[in-house]
Design a protein around this ligand. Structure first.
Ligand code: SF4
Length: 353
């Protein structure tokens, strides 16, 4: 397996600047929170809008999505829900690439976000121009990109995948003898390469949340909770994946929390997932997998700073003023739709590029 070399995402000024701006939503009194929720509900009705929220957003946002007939899911499920829902406006509570994917799949709908500043270290770490150059240098490779990328990077790909179907798609391509160029998450790419046997050329990107989990910390926690099952997202480093009982996408981890007989779980993914895990399994206990230490040197402390930018106040401002609307050019929509549709139709139609 080869790895494309570029400066680590952490050293890129762009990522640092974005992290500095990623201020989490403040704490609200119960009365204020209720007032803001009522205002969002009113605006949703007035504007024929629906909330499509990611598992990593705050419990308040997820609960509001449920209360108002919206949706909570992973990025693939969010895109599918948005495309089939009759609402005229989709309010995507998540990060920017999720809003762009919703727009690509539903170009006739208005797609608003609480803030367009909510982005992702994987998206930031894969600039379209540099990525296009990398692809041009390896024309014999099939380009597979993770959903956590800009519309422009998707437009350059043969396939788009989410973590829930990445392994199956890569295995399918590998079985056909294709060489694969993968971007942007190096840990997920490495995991897929090891589990499918596919030789993959990897872009050097990482998720600042999942990269922080520590295998040693998890093993130490296991000593205190010896019957706990460890659930890990494959965006985590190989050492963390090795000590996990289940490795999978957010939806797969959620399913395992319900299906496994264990009463305690150590969870190595964003702590936003605890809202659904606890709701679906009220008798079970969920523990955060250790990162570099709360308030110490970790950059994320198990919560995505960009997901944390989604707040009720920002949602209201976006719905009231129409600000923070996702725009994707028609040409880019046409191009990005090709690899996205391939993913949505897989394995029904697995015609590979
Ligand atoms: S948790 Fe990681 S992959 Fe997900 S949006 Fe945040 S930085 Fe990106």
């Amino acid at each position: 397996m080869n790895q494309h070399t570029m400066t680590s995402v952490y050293d890129q000024l762009l990522v640092r600047e974005h992290l500095a701006k990623a201020t989490p939503a403040g704490t609200l009194s119960e009365a204020d929170e209720q007032r803001l929720k009522e205002r969002v509900k009113q605006l949703l009705v007035e504007q024929e809008a629906v909330i499509v929220a990611h598992y990593y957003t705050s419990p308040v946002i997820q609960a509001l999505a449920e209360e108002t007939g919206g949706f909570i899911g992973d990025s693939l499920e969010m895109a599918r829900f948005g495309a089939r829902h009759p609402a005229r406006t989709l309010v995507v509570a998540g990060v920017r690439f999720m809003g762009e994917t919703a727009k690509i799949l539903s170009p006739e709908k208005r797609v608003l976000m609480p803030t367009l500043e909510a982005t992702c270290s994987l998206d930031l770490g894969c600039p379209p121009d540099e990525f296009a150059t990398f692809c041009d240098q390896h024309p014999e490779h099939t380009v597979v990109v993770y959903a956590n990328t800009s519309a422009a990077v998707k437009a350059r790909a043969d396939w788009v995948v989410t973590s829930s179907i990445a392994q199956q798609v890569v295995k399918h391509l590998h079985d056909q003898g294709k060489k694969i160029l993968w971007a942007p998450d190096k840990h997920l790419g490495d995991y897929i390469s090891r589990t499918t046997g596919a030789e993959m050329l990897l872009w050097d990107g990482a998720c600042i949340v999942h990269e922080e989990f520590k295998a040693k910390g998890i093993l130490d926690l296991k000593k205190i909770h010896p019957t706990a099952a460890v659930l890990a997202h494959p965006e985590s480093p190989a050492s963390v994946v090795e000590v996990a009982d289940v490795v999978g996408s957010t939806s797969q981890l959620l399913k395992s929390a319900g299906e496994l007989p264990n009463e305690t779980f150590i969870v190595a993914t964003d702590r936003g997932i605890f809202y659904k895990m606890q709701q679906e399994n009220p008798g079970k206990h969920f523990l955060e997998a250790p990162t570099a230490g709360e308030g110490a040197t970790c950059r994320s402390c198990a919560h995505c700073p960009w997901m944390g930018m989604n707040s009720l106040e920002r949602m209201i401002a976006s719905l009231e003023s129409g600000s923070d609307e996702i725009q994707v050019s028609p040409e880019l929509i046409d191009k990005a739709l090709v690899p996205l549709t391939r993913m949505l139709n897989f394995p029904k139609d697995s015609s590979a590029a």
